[in-house]
Design a protein around this ligand. Structure first.
Ligand SMILES: [Fe+2]
Length: 412
């Protein structure tokens, strides 16, 4: 048995896996340093909401040079959310964008193309996108100032390449409405007639479950996930904390929903791994996500970001350069978005993190479904009136969770 375990570790090391490699023992100096870091983290958490000084400085600097778009989250985006305010609204009627890949050239072309504007983002600098009332509605998060970040993202890319080669996919996973690439979701979610939140199931395929758990235990994957979550916390604390509190309430109702790596990956309860080799999405909205919440997109792979892989914001006719190893946070349930196609022979993978709107509805209902609460409210006029009042005010409350850029400018 023990020999089997050792063989597995050797095998995984050979294949480039970080998951099974045991951590080397720490020296006395390293232990001391670890304790000091932990103490500082606790002190920061108590005083400043857990945001590092270096992050606050970056947030404050970014506030000097944001991009402002001519729309209001409160007034204009309300129509993109459902009337109950929990989810994004499915497009009704024919769309003016075909479900296909678009090249950079045709999006920028003023003669017969889309004539979109171009943002040459470098993938490193933190950059805010504001609505016309100065709400930070989207963030080009970039990457940490860590000289080893490229190495780390390459490791994450190798890990996902390995996962791609280990999995077998069903039709739904390889040809989804977002594009023709395999995607696999993992984490806590709610939908499709569920009575309570559950971890996404992969049927009886235990191998798939085990492989995904291995990926989640990989340090490079955890750091990528955590970085996106940290930027979320710094730039949109209202939404971040709402997710954190809701997910904690759900896990408190059922301890089996906790995972050992939860605190290492940050606030998002669920993620999808898009396994390329050409992850290029069609124009779409992720309508199952909490309407106002940002999803995080981390691009990985080997592609020329000057020629392809850009993030396209169709509502604003804008194309944003998106280098591999970088992260962008956007309200993906509300904004129509896609990627530009990459060149033949190139590869692009991505990690998407998000929170399903159904989780929040279930908790606000007092840990029950809409149907269960509706049955309860049938003979209870007060309860029905409270539900209606909450429904009417939900969108305004949702938008108030965003941070105004002035607040981020004053972070010190
Ligand atoms: Fe998306």
């Amino acid at each position: 048995m023990e020999e089997d375990k050792e063989d597995k570790i050797k095998e995984d090391k050979k294949e480039g896996s970080c998951a099974a490699a045991p951590d080397p023992p720490l020296s006395r100096k390293q232990k001391k340093s670890k304790r000091r870091c932990l103490r500082r983290k606790i002190e920061r958490g108590a005083k400043e909401g857990g945001i590092k000084a270096v992050t606050k400085k970056r947030c404050s600097e970014a506030a000097q040079n944001p991009t402002k778009l001519p729309f209001s989250m409160k007034a204009d985006m309300k129509k993109n959310a459902t009337t109950s305010g929990w989810l994004g609204k499915k497009p009704s009627g024919p769309s003016d964008t075909e479900p296909r890949q678009y090249t950079l050239r045709e999006l920028l072309d003023p003669n017969g193309g889309q004539a979109m504007s171009y943002v040459p983002w470098n993938g490193s600098t933190l950059h805010y996108v504001l609505d016309n009332e100065d709400r930070v509605c989207m963030v080009l998060a970039g990457r940490p100032r860590d000289p080893k970040w490229d190495e780390l993202t390459k490791d994450a890319y190798s890990r996902l390449s390995l996962l791609r080669s280990q999995l077998e996919y069903d039709q739904k996973e390889t040809n989804n409405r977002r594009g023709t690439f395999p995607t696999i979701a993992h984490g806590l979610s709610f939908g499709g007639g569920q009575k309570k939140p559950k971890h996404l199931s992969h049927g009886s395929d235990q191998k798939k479950e085990d492989l995904l758990e291995d990926v989640m235990n990989t340090k490079s994957i955890q750091r990528l996930c955590k970085f996106a979550s940290s930027v979320y916390e710094a730039c949109c604390k209202g939404c971040h904390d709402y997710i954190a509190e809701t997910v904690e309430t759900i896990r408190a109702t059922d301890g089996s929903l906790r995972r050992p790596y939860d605190s290492k990956v940050g606030v998002y309860p669920c993620r999808s791994f898009n396994l390329g080799p050409h992850t290029v999405s069609f124009p779409h909205k992720d309508v199952g996500n909490l309407a106002q919440s940002w999803c995080s997109v981390t691009a990985l792979g080997e592609y020329d970001h000057h020629l392809g892989g850009h993030l396209v914001l169709w509502d604003f006719k804008t194309v944003i350069q998106f280098p591999a190893g970088s992260t962008i946070l956007l309200p993906s349930a509300l904004f129509l978005h896609s990627n530009t196609s990459i060149q033949p022979g190139e590869t692009r993978y991505s990690i998407i993190q998000y929170a399903a709107g159904g989780l929040f509805r279930w908790v606000e209902n007092g840990c029950m479904t809409d149907k269960e609460l509706g049955d309860k409210a049938e003979d209870n006029e007060d309860l029905e009136m409270t539900r209606e009042a909450l429904r009417k005010s939900r969108w305004e409350k949702a938008v108030d969770m965003y941070t105004k850029v002035k607040k981020l400018a004053s972070l010190t």
